[in-house]
Ligand binder design. Structure first.
Ligand SMILES: [Ca+2]
Ligand SMILES: [Ca+2]
Length: 226
């Protein structure tokens, strides 16, 4: 995450220097006085994406790289609290989810018919929630965000040496969980997909549990922790 923030600072610095440099050298395209130039810089800063701490997505073109113009966001956490570390006040954003293990039959084509939509798309992590980012002995990274007593929990698990998983759980009278899991190293190689309409992001479509034995890194789910 530090690397990502350093990149952000680098972009900000470059933009600032470029704009001020144009003003200082009387560039004919930069006739605005300095305050307007600074305003222009501030406008540019607002469109730079905030740092991202965890990401789950459907890799529509199966290239293992998240491109928001092609791939489909499942869920992410981004920096919105202003402290540049994963913390309360950051934002969970959810969007789409796979309803089958092969939601995009024509890879490379952005058509991806077997997807559902979450109804609750944005959560600013409240002050009394617990946030953690840990690395297990097996190298697996986990980012998890939970309400008190874990009555609501969102979790991202990275792939290294274990499973790749995004899940969200809610406790009312029973556990209502939506689970997207690719390549469980101990149980499998096993992929699992189950969607409950009462998990925290309120998926529009329920999906009964689907399992498949697959040793591959399948594109219905990719998880990155930064
Ligand atoms: Ca991709
Ligand atoms: Ca933060």
């Amino acid at each position: 995450m530090k690397k990502l923030n350093q990149n952000l600072v680098s972009v900000i610095a470059s933009t600032l220097l470029l704009t001020l440099g144009m003003v200082a050298h009387g560039d004919p395209g930069a006739k605005k006085p300095l305050p307007d130039a600074l305003l222009e810089v501030c406008t540019k800063l607002t469109v730079i994406s905030p740092a991202r701490y965890a990401l789950a997505y459907i890799d529509v073109d199966a290239d293992s790289v998240f491109d928001s113009s092609v791939d489909l966001l499942i869920a992410e956490i981004t920096e919105t609290s202003g402290d540049d570390v994963l913390s309360v006040g950051d934002t969970i954003t959810t969007s789409s989810y796979p309803t089958s293990m092969a939601p995009c039959p024509d890879l490379g084509d952005s058509e991806c018919p077997e997807v559902g939509s979450f109804l609750v798309r944005t959560v600013t992590i409240p002050k009394d929630w617990v946030v953690y980012d840990k690395t297990g002995a097996d190298g697996e990274r986990t980012v998890s965000v939970a309400a008190p007593s874990k009555k609501i929990e969102y979790s991202w698990f990275s792939a290294t040496g274990f499973a790749e998983e995004y899940r969200e759980d809610a406790w009312r009278y029973v556990w209502d969980s939506s689970v997207f899991l690719d390549n469980h190293a101990i149980l499998g190689p096993l992929d699992e997909l189950v969607v409950s309409r009462f998990s925290p992001s309120r998926p529009q479509t329920e999906v009964a549990p689907i399992d498949q034995a697959s040793p591959h890194d399948d594109p219905f789910l990719n998880v990155e922790i930064y």
